[in-house]
Write a protein of this length. Sequence first.
Length: 264
Amino acid sequence: MLAMTDTKQTCSGCRDGAALDFDFAMAFQPIVDMETGAPYAYEALVRGPGGESAYSVLSQVTPDNRYAFDQQCRVKAIETATRAGLLDGPAKLSINFLPNAVYSPMACIQLTLRTAAANNFPTDRLLFEFTENEKMEDSAHVANIVLTYQKMGFGTAIDDFGAGYAGLGLLARFQPDVIKIDMELIRDLDSSLPRRMIVGGVVRMARDLGITVIAEGIETEAELAALRDLGVRYIQGFLLARPAFEALPAFTLPASGSITAIAA
């Protein structure tokens, strides 16, 4: 486990960020390794305190409280995943973060490190996702966050790849450990030659760069079969399991024409 770094560094987010005046919880959705049939990771997804939609929470996030929200999301994800039993197996925990809420990578990671230590959570099992759909105020700053996290032993991922602001431009600046192909490219993949060509190109490019590919938003067995044919190994979507509130859900993995239930 990565040792907590002592630092007296502060930033405007720590000093001036508004306190979080609303509560929220987490749900978890599996990311499955098709080669082994085992969960590669569980993504932590924001929900209301009674299981309400993500929108009910995210609509309350403002520029003034986003730092506090980003920090508490990390805490809530680690603590809830630990209680749910994630550490009973080898799966990683994938946490979404807001790059524009990270003022200094080393300073802003301290609460995450303390929370991981308090829960005996190995930091090399944390995967931090940021979405391409969040407009990057400073791409050099984002690159610094990713490189800093990688040096500290965390995994990093670009979520919604192919649907956002930067796309290939981000990969030219830095290489995350994982890219998650956006569901818009996955939808009807089996019947769309352009989508298959694009996804196939992303898979080949990622392989050459040493980046792991996850396909998200899979809803049909036909989409899954097309992804297998394109060489995608890691998958996520309603076909396998819907997010479970404060729990690690069992999932189904279609294989050889049948569906096998796999416990969390």
